[in-house]
Design a protein around this ligand. Structure first.
Ligand SMILES: [Zn+2]
Length: 168
């Protein structure tokens, strides 16, 4: 991740980041941290299978992904996950904080920005998933097929593996 060079508040040039990755503004005194952006993703299971998506956009277009996305600043992970799944697939899911499986830091995009990916297991509450523009397709896959898929991010493979072995 590229650190801020100029203060987002007053546009002064910042001092170099300290060891905690915060950069102090010599003009207004604010400190800017390189925090990870939180995202939420779902391993939607039905019996012994899980739903995976094919990415329709860069980065990692064409590779295997899970439904989900970045949380809005005022959004809790469950609400954000439900919103993203509704936007991407047009369906509602059953998911709660008790379905939390893992939190995985990873980098995203050409700048290598850090993301904290919160992974949940979930179930469809009805309807047929219909991919939106940013999703090229969906597949229902079994545990023995997981290693043969071209995953965009290894933590998504781990999330699905854990969700399926859990008998979710
Ligand atoms: Zn400033």
């Amino acid at each position: 991740m590229r650190p801020f060079r100029f203060c987002p508040a007053c546009a002064s040039e910042l001092d170099p980041p300290d060891n905690e990755s915060g950069a102090r503004c010599p003009s207004c005194g604010r400190v800017w941290y390189r925090n990870a952006a939180p995202s939420a993703g779902a391993a939607i299971t039905a019996g012994r299978r899980a739903l995976v998506t094919v990415r329709g956009r860069e980065p990692k277009k064409g590779r295997i992904d899970l439904p989900g996305g970045f949380l809005r600043p005022d959004e809790d992970p469950i609400s954000g996950l439900r919103r993203e799944v509704a936007e991407e697939l047009g369906v509602e899911i059953d998911v709660s904080n008790g379905d939390f499986v893992q939190g995985a830091p990873h980098t995203y995009g050409e700048e290598g920005d850090w993301v904290l990916a919160l992974g949940f297991k979930a179930r469809l509450t009805g309807g047929e998933p219909r991919p939106a523009d940013d999703v090229a397709g969906i597949e229902w896959v079994a545990e023995e097929e997981l290693d043969d898929l071209d995953w965009a991010w290894p933590h998504d493979l781990e999330l699905v593996r854990k969700a399926l072995s859990d008998g979710a």
